[in-house]
Design a protein around this ligand. Structure first.
Ligand code: ADP
Length: 333
């Protein structure tokens, strides 16, 4: 027996269920796609974060490297500064020693003229004092008193000579101030023994300015320059020395010019080198110009030479004037 039932209902049921399954499948597929996309997004974000972290680490490493480099170069710089300071100190000490040695050598060289300088008044003192005793014994008190005054003046003069020599030998320092007039007078006084044998015409055209240099050091420079000029004019029948000054750029320029034998082109190259001398035997030490230039430089000035076409030599001593502000001290690091 065959039971025939209509399939309509079954087919529509099957179609409904088929639809439901299809929708469910589509939903699952959609969810899978969405999950996959999200996974990708998360993976990308993670990769980006890792890349960022990596870049950050790299940056930090580089910064650390640079900082270490900077620190190292800073240390090197500090060490170099320390070394330079040490070298400067050593140089300054050596320079001071050289200055002192040069001064003592100059005094040694001058000893003959010093002895001459002091012997003359000593001989005069001996005669004068002997005479004075006799005048007093005879009751000629007026003449005795005149003699005593002369004795007084002679003793004063000897005192001045030894004082200027003591000042020359004393150690000076880079600071301090000097009167140009006093320095020139003291230098001429030191060289007096030599000047006596010279028929020198001295032209002085400078002002009595206050200079930023130790008085003794300025005197020493002038003794060197004038002493050299006298040496150069030994064979000159009409020796002339010009001391001329001018103000330029807050400095005072003193020209010490002579009409001596001048300086040849070869010697000009070595003038300021230590121990360069053209003077024969014991006469030249070759330290005068070196020391003078270093004394001038230590005071913030300079010493240079010019060779006038008319002959002779001119040394230009340039020194800061006292009323110009001192150069700033180096900042401590
Ligand atoms: P020193 O006087 O002991 O030789 P310096 O350093 O003072 O040493 O001088 C070096 C040289 O410079 C001298 O030997 C001389 O040849 C030359 N000189 C310096 N001043 C003059 C001058 N005014 N005229 C000619 N030559 C000079």
């Amino acid at each position: 027996m065959t039971l025939l039932t209509p399939l309509q209902e079954l087919r529509s049921e099957a179609a409904r269920q088929g639809m439901l399954v299809a929708v469910a499948c589509a939903l699952v597929a959609f969810l899978l796609i969405a999950w996959n996309e999200r996974r990708k997004v998360i993976a990308t974000r993670l990769a980006a974060r890792e890349a960022l972290q990596e870049a950050n680490n790299e940056l930090e490493r580089k910064i650390a490297e640079r900082t270490a480099d900077l620190r190292a170069s800073n240390e090197r710089l500090k060490a170099q500064i320390r070394e330079r300071r040490l070298a400067e100190d050593t140089l300054r000490r050596a320079q001071d020693e050289l200055v002192q040695a040069g001064k003592l050598a100059a005094i040694g060289q001058m000893s003959t003229s010093i002895a001459h300088e002091l012997n003359q008044p000593l001989a005069a003192l001996r005669t004068l004092s002997g005479n004075t005793i006799r005048f007093i014994e005879r009751g000629a008190l007026d003449t005795a008193s005149t003699n005593l005054k002369t004795i007084n003046e002679l003793v004063d003069r000897m005192g001045r000579i030894t004082a200027s020599l003591r000042a020359f030998a004393r150690r000076g320092d880079d600071k301090g101030q000097a009167s140009l007039r006093k320095a020139v007078d003291a230098a001429l006084q030191v060289l007096n023994g030599r000047l006596e044998n010279f028929d020198l015409t001295l032209h002085e055209h400078f002002e009595d300015v206050a200079l930023r240099i130790d008085q003794t050091r300025l005197e020493q420079i002038l003794v060197n320059l004038v002493g050299n000029a006298l040496d150069a004019m030994q064979a000159q029948p009409l020796p002339e020395l010009w001391l001329e000054g001018e103000i330029a750029d807050g400095r005072y320029r003193l020209y010490v010019r002579d009409n001596g034998h001048g300086i040849g082109p070869e010697a000009r190259k070595h003038l300021f080198e230590p121990f360069f001398t053209t003077k024969p035997g014991e006469h030249g030490l070759g330290l005068g110009l070196t020391l003078s230039a270093s004394l001038a430089a230590a005071a913030g000035g300079s010493l240079s030479a010019e060779h006038p076409s008319s002959g002779g030599t001119a040394f230009i001593l340039s020194l800061p004037l006292l009323d110009t502000p001192a150069p700033p001290e180096a900042e401590p690091i």
